[in-house]
Each structure stands twice: as structure tokens, then as C-alpha cells.
Design a protein around this ligand. Structure first.
Ligand code: ZN
Length: 218
């Protein structure tokens, strides 16, 4: 069981399913040669993929190309089914920092065959995840600076203002398909600059006013 705290409250959440958006930043979709989708492209990671600040990403032996993707994480605070975008923020408890670790070589092979990507996205240690900051302490989730560095060198430096689908629309869209429960997390996509890490590297991810992660790779 993996739990995360909600800062400046006494609330703690058991992490449930993690619903992720692909291609939610146009510049990142372009760098991978993908179309920008009209509707959010969704996939999931299991709760067992989550690790905490300071824990280690272990690259599975079936991949030679493990990528980082820094993302704004959205924590669901109460059960949410078929909610409208207008009411969606009532169900959001807070924001955190995540890294969506991705086995790009495995994902590309599976995509080429028309097969699901789970083993490229949901493996053990594939979801470094911070604690959360309550929504009422974040004036605008679409004005946040997302940064990721590898061994101290900047690799990603983007803004959540560049998200194609915004948080209320994302929650509404997902809740029409999957009931969202307290402790579920949404990863909202990554800005441009994704790239490879290798054993021995150390990633640092940061969203100012939200939190940071320092994650070694083995
Ligand atoms: Zn991602």
C-alpha cells in the first residue's frame, strides 16, 4: 500500500489507479512525431509502480531506452463519476510532481504492432511521485514551471500553460469513462525535452510551489 500526504492538512491518501495523458503538450507530441489528439489519449499505471522521493528507478532488463517525462500530478479527493468540467475541481484535492518513466524502445515496438503499452509504462518503479499540495494553495495549475534535470543538467523546462487539455476538462473526460476514487492520480502529460537516462544517472524533477523529486537510476 502506497500513501501520500496532503501538505498542511492531516489527510493521507492510499494511492489507487494512475490515469495518464499522452501527447497533452503539442511540442512534446511533435518531438515524438505524433499527431496532436482532439480527445485526450489515456493509459494507466498501477499503484505498484509508485516510488517516493529518494527511491530508485530500476530499468527493466527488456529495455535499452528508458526515458523521463516530468508531469503535473492531480490527486482526486472524493469519488467522481460523470462530472462536468464546471464542477470537476470540487473533486481535486491537490497537486504533486511525478515522473512518467517510459521504456521508449518497448513502447515504439508495441505501437508499431498495434499492441498495448503497459509493459513500457507500468513496470515497477516507473512512477516517482511526490506528496501533494492542496488546491487552495495553488492559484492556477496552468501557470506552473515544470523542470527536470539529469546529473544537474537541465533537460526539460516547460509550463503547464502549454497543456492542450486543462485540468477540469481532463477530470470530466476521465470520469465519464473510469470512476475516479479518493487517492487516484492523474498525470497530465509532459512538456518537450524528454530523453534517455542510464544506470548511474540521477534525475531531479521540480515544479515550483508544488515540490521536487530526486531519483537515482540503476
Ligand atoms: Zn507521460
Amino acid at each position: 500500500m502506497t500513501t501520500r500526504k496532503l501538505a498542511s492538512t492531516d489527510r493521507e491518501f492510499t494511492i489507487g489507479k494512475i490515469v495518464c495523458l499522452a501527447r497533452n503538450y503539442a511540442a512534446h507530441a511533435r518531438e515524438l512525431g505524433n499527431e496532436t489528439p482532439a480527445a485526450p489519449v489515456l493509459f494507466m499505471k498501477p499503484a505498484s509502480s509508485v516510488i517516493a522521493d529518494g527511491e530508485v528507478v530500476r530499468i527493466p532488463s527488456y529495455s535499452q531506452e528508458c526515458h523521463y517525462e516530468v508531469e503535473l500530478a492531480v490527486l482526486i479527493g472524493k469519488e467522481c463519476r460523470g462530472v462536468s468540467a464546471e464542477n470537476a475541481m470540487e473533486y481535486v484535492a491537490g497537486y504533486g510532481v511525478a515522473i512518467d518513466m517510459t521504456l521508449r524502445d518497448v513502447q515504439n515496438q508495441l505501437k508499431a504492432k498495434g499492441l498495448p503499452w503497459e509493459i513500457a509504462k507500468g513496470f515497477d518503479t516507473s512512477c516517482p511521485l511526490s506528496d501533494f499540495v492542496p488546491t487552495d494553495l495553488i492559484a492556477d495549475p496552468h501557470a506552473l514551471n515544470l523542470k527536470l534535470a539529469v546529473n544537474g543538467e537541465s533537460r526539460q523546462d516547460g509550463w503547464s500553460s502549454d497543456m492542450i487539455h486543462r485540468v477540469p476538462q481532463i477530470v470530466a473526460h476521465i470520469s465519464a469513462i473510469f470512476t475516479l476514487e479518493p487517492g487516484d492520480v492523474i498525470l497530465t502529460g509532459t512538456p518537450a525535452g524528454v530523453g534517455q537516462v542510464r544506470a548511474g544517472d540521477v534525475m531531479t524533477a521540480e515544479i515550483a510551489t508544488i515540490g521536487s523529486l530526486t531519483i537515482p537510476v540503476v
